[in-house]
Design a protein around this ligand. Sequence first.
Ligand code: SAH
Ligand code: DHB
Ligand code: MG
Length: 222
Amino acid sequence: MADQAMWERVDEYFGAKLLGSDEALDAASAASEAAGLPAIAVSPLQGRLLKLIARSIRARNVLEIGTLGGYSTICLGRSVAPDGRVLSLEYEPRHAQVARTSIDAAGLSSVVEVRVGRALDLLPGVRDDGIGPFDLVFIDADKQSNADYADWAIRLAHPGTVIIVDNVVRDGRVADPADPSPDAQGTRRMLDALEADERLDATAIQTVGVKGYDGFLYAVVR
Ligand code: SAH
Ligand code: DHB
Ligand code: MG
């Protein structure tokens, strides 16, 4: 039976074979840690997956909800550079500041914009600015708002837009209606909304690795 230690060994193995060393991402992780930000960024292999998905769909215009220290933002920024853009929304000014510094150091300051505020307060302005529609939306902030974020993502989309939501499994808690955690409840509310939503086709994929047992929702707007 596989366990956390084995998942980490396998992530390490794939990382060594497939990722190589990456100064900007290593520096972004180190800066996040030094600043005391929580160690909850996507894993290196997951960050590569985001970059490859963005590249596969030739994304030019990406929206991220939840920047933290900019790790996933840098992965996405690289996939759209040099002429694309990534807009990332972050509630904590301190997180945004750490992220901006790492994004600059990665050479992506002309590609990435970080806006500070509650995402639900910022999204109307994103709509009114007319900088959409987005080709890819990565939702990775407070999970209580996932239903609202998914709805905003669809409204800021075009047919074919890919929407990815992080952390939808959470050790399996998502499938337990009695689980009281606001995260699980929020993600279940999103699934309830998507069940009746004719605007997209979606799947969900369970993952294991350095971040434990979790998963992604992956959707394409019709
Ligand atoms: N995408 C990042 C990790 C994001 S962690 C990566 O993989 O590298 C989640 C982030 O969402 C945190 O920085 C947190 O401050 C932010 N957040 C929490 N609530 C938010 C809200 N209401 N609006 C915007 N950001 C929020
Ligand atoms: C955690 C992980 C995440 O990827 C995230 O976005 C938020 C929290 C966690 O492990 O607690
Ligand atoms: Mg996450």
